[in-house]
Design a protein around this ligand. Structure first.
Ligand code: ZN
Length: 241
């Protein structure tokens, strides 16, 4: 039986049958994978302590019939501080669920692992949760190909330092073109430079406008992603009829 070694963070767990679990792992080198942990819910199961949610492990996997099987694990970082408060756990759940929704199995997204690990690490080290959440949202989206345009008006390409942020159009609009999206949010020069800087390190804190833009932009992309999946499902079922 072929053995595979990989490292990654557990982003989802579902119970299966009497004592098994299916784990979704965001790996360093294989994208998102689903694996089967057999017997892991039995009392005294050897691996159960290693297979907690948000755990960063190295895994030994054996080829299984449908899913690969976890045969060994050791912890690289238990990220124990993630559990320090209800809000910190909720933020970690949000990060894990968002990644699970946006990234397909085995889809290679450069830096997705790094972004998730840095976010969870910052949570476990008591970083500002709003700042971590916004940093995660804007950086994950940028790596998925949705880098917001923050330097030029998305309609006419004029360079601007303040304007209106459009979720729909994925960037800022100047005064002339703000009507292109009536729902666009006004962004002043300070907020815009804050947004531009968020591609670097996780900030100590973020303004409520930046938090609103990160969350709104993420919501928009998840919604669009869901609609295109539904569309694809409709089209495929149409072909079958
Ligand atoms: Zn313009």
């Amino acid at each position: 039986m072929a053995t595979i070694k990989t490292k990654g963070i557990i982003i989802r767990r579902i119970n299966l049958g009497e004592a098994d679990r299916i784990l979704t792992i965001l790996t360093e080198d294989r994208g998102k994978i689903r694996v089967l942990a057999k017997g892991v819910r039995k009392p005294k199961a050897k691996l159960s302590g290693f297979l907690e949610l948000f755990r960063y492990n190295e895994y030994l996997l054996a080829e299984g019939r449908n899913l690969d099987l976890v045969t060994g694990a050791y912890t690289i970082d238990n990220l124990v501080g993630v559990g320090q408060s209800l809000r910190s756990v909720a933020t970690a759940y949000y990060i894990a669920e968002t990644v699970d929704k946006l990234i397909e199995e085995t889809q290679e997204v450069s830096k997705a692992f790094e972004i998730v690990y840095r976010s969870l690490k910052a949570i476990s080290q008591s970083g500002d949760l709003d700042a971590i959440k916004s940093w995660f949202e804007i950086n994950l989206l940028a790596n998925l190909g949705f880098r917001p345009e923050l330097n030029h008006c998305v309609e006419c390409r004029a360079a601007i330092n303040e304007g209106w942020f459009s979720f729909e159009l994925g960037g800022i609009l100047d005064r002339v073109h703000r009507s292109a999206d009536p729902a666009a949010l006004p962004v002043d020069a300070t907020e815009l430079s804050e947004l531009r800087a968020i591609g670097g390190n996780i900030p100590k804190q973020v303004s409520s406008k930046v938090a609103q833009i990160g969350a709104g932009f993420m919501e928009q992309i998840i919604d669009r992603n869901l609609k295109s999946k539904e569309f694809l499902a409709d089209v495929t079922s149409g072909f079958r009829e």
